[in-house]
Design a protein around this ligand. Structure first.
Ligand code: BG6
Length: 509
């Protein structure tokens, strides 16, 4: 085996014998993301014989009911078909266990320990455990402490592993993230902790690294000399749906900016790592985040826009305003849209504004990173010849239509000499015919294999909060007005004004 985990990704990697313990087993994330990922890994034969799942949750269920519940849930999201029958038959014969109990009750953890011991004996799971916290964030400390009290935080011997995967959000702000970290580190060593951000499991997010560091032509222009500004967009065409209760306490800044946007930003701005391993990549990401300027309250007022959707029309359907969503306060001040202008204080990016935006109920679901380049120093054509010429741009489309677009100027065919912008497109799906694994599939397998490269280290979380905290404070103090936008539009006029002031415009993806 080489020391290079990303290089290994091209080789089929089979997980070692292990048990996946899922806290929050009756919840939505387990049904919609984790279990479909387990089914797919099993179908791709990437799980070892004897691989088992133990669900832990408060809902009363027995092993059979749990297995049936999960199978039905997986079917709802398009899995569980005939080709998966053998997978579920095998899980049903002792590989799917369930522990009902309260997370605050030591009995729950004792029961879990007994089940794990049984599985080691019956299914050869070799005392290897991957523990997944798919529970609401306020339960993380209780579960971590419960595990430690029962000795479930430490491997039974030097050949076995115990790893814990912790879902986002990691903390509600910098201070609470630090507290949570201290609690986690009392029970687990950092190398056992896998903080998940599913964006890092997306193939095209990883492709940012491939594009930048596997090619000689992009890196030389990836800096302030050539890049005029960067736009990072995470747009969603859905509203908050049935998650109103959760979203009220989160808002777009905590739900998307602190994690997904900051991760994409770090990969876009980081220096080339010396090695492509977990340490090399995460060190550079932290350095990039550390270079992002922290805003003063006055700067927040100038550089941040927050907004909430009103009713409107999205993709042909009429939709409610946020305040009419289930579980949402009719006077809610929670933002469903954020736009920010960030400044990066390092040699590579000094003076290049980084604009980021995210929102619910925008016209389209699209995540992209767009680098817009400086114009040529001297245009040797008359203005009238270059009316349709926009600045060159390189757009990394993370989803959907995964791929890359390069916009540049070309001569319009004909007798006259006119230039306008054209696009050259690369589509992932057309270039590679193999199916791309879902983000959770990739990340679960990495965690089982002990590869933390695509997970977030403690200092990365802290740096991301450092950027977001002053903005959060301004939101919470009511220092920044909450704008409103019609669902199905690209956000409030204030957001356009943010770029307008710099003589720029948001892209309309
Ligand atoms: C989750 C957020 O982390 O990411 C959701 O909690 C959001 O609010 C989702 O909808 C977006 O993920 P994706 O993979 O659909 O872009």
């Amino acid at each position: 085996m080489s020391d290079n985990p990303l290089a290994e990704a091209t080789v089929e990697r089979v997980a070692p014998p292990a048990v996946l313990v899922v806290f929050g087993a009756s919840g939505d994330l387990t049904s919609r993301k984790l279990m479909p990922a387990v089914e797919n890994l099993a179908l791709r034969r990437l799980l070892p014989p004897g691989f088992s799942v133990v669900g832990v949750a408060r809902t009363e269920m027995n092993d059979t009911e749990f297995c049936e519940h999960v199978q039905a849930a997986v079917q709802k999201v398009g899995g569980g078909g005939d080709e998966a029958r053998h997978v579920w038959d095998s899980f049903a014969s002792g590989g799917f266990r369930y522990v009902a109990g309260d997370y605050g009750d030591p009995e729950t953890f004792k029961k879990l320990k007994d089940v794990l011991d049984e599985l080691d004996e019956q299914r050869g799971t070799a005392q290897n455990r991957l523990i997944y916290l798919a529970t609401p964030p306020d339960t993380f400390p209780i579960v971590v402490q419960g595990l430690a009290r029962c000795g479930l935080n430490r491997p039974a011997n030097e050949n076995a592993f115990v790893r814990i995967v912790i879902e986002k959000p990691f903390g509600r702000d910098g201070r609470s993230a630090e507290k949570l970290d201290a609690i986690v580190h009392e029970a687990f060593e950092e190398r056992q902790v896998y903080r998940i951000d599913h964006y890092l499991g997306k193939e095209t997010v990883q492709n940012v690294l491939a594009l930048r560091f596997a090619n000689a032509i992009f890196e030389p222009i990836w800096n302030r000399r050539y890049v005029n500004h960067v736009q990072i967009t995470v747009a969603e065409s859905l509203g908050v749906g049935y998650r109103g209760g959760f979203y009220e306490k989160a808002g777009a800044l905590r739900d998307i900016v602190q994690n997904h946007v900051m991760q994409v930003l770090a990969l876009t701005l980081m220096e080339p790592p010396a090695t492509f391993d977990a340490g090399g990549i995460r060190d550079e990401k932290v350095k990039a985040l550390r270079a992002v300027d922290i805003m003063s309250p006055e700067e927040v007022a100038q550089n941040v826009v927050r907004a909430q959707y009103r009713s409107g029309w999205v993709q042909g359907s009429e939709v409610h305003g946020y305040r009419d969503e289930e579980g949402v306060d009719p006077h809610s001040q929670t933002e469903t849209y954020v736009a920010m202008r960030l400044k990066v204080d390092n040699w590579r990016w000094a003076g290049v504004p980084i604009y980021v935006r995210t929102g619910k109920y925008l016209p389209k679901r699209v995540t992209e990173v767009a680098m817009e380049f400086n114009r040529v120093p001297h245009l040797p054509f008359a203005m009238s010849q270059a009316e349709g010429l926009e600045p060159d741009a390189l757009v990394l489309r993370i989803q959907p239509d995964e791929g890359i677009t390069l916009r540049f100027g070309a001569k319009v065919p004909g007798q006259a000499f006119r230039v306008r912008s054209v696009s050259m497109d690369f589509f992932y799906g057309a270039a590679f015919l193999e199916e791309t694994p879902e983000a959770y599939e990739r990340l679960l397998l990495d965690a089982l294999l002990g590869d933390p490269t695509l997970f977030i280290r403690s200092d990365e979380v802290a740096q991301a909060w450092r950027i977001v905290d002053p903005v959060l404070e301004a939101f919470e103090e009511g220092d920044l007005p909450l704008a409103r936008y019609e669902a199905g539009t690209w956000g409030p006029p204030e957001s356009d004004a943010l770029l307008d002031r710099d003589g720029r415009r948001w892209r309309k993806p």
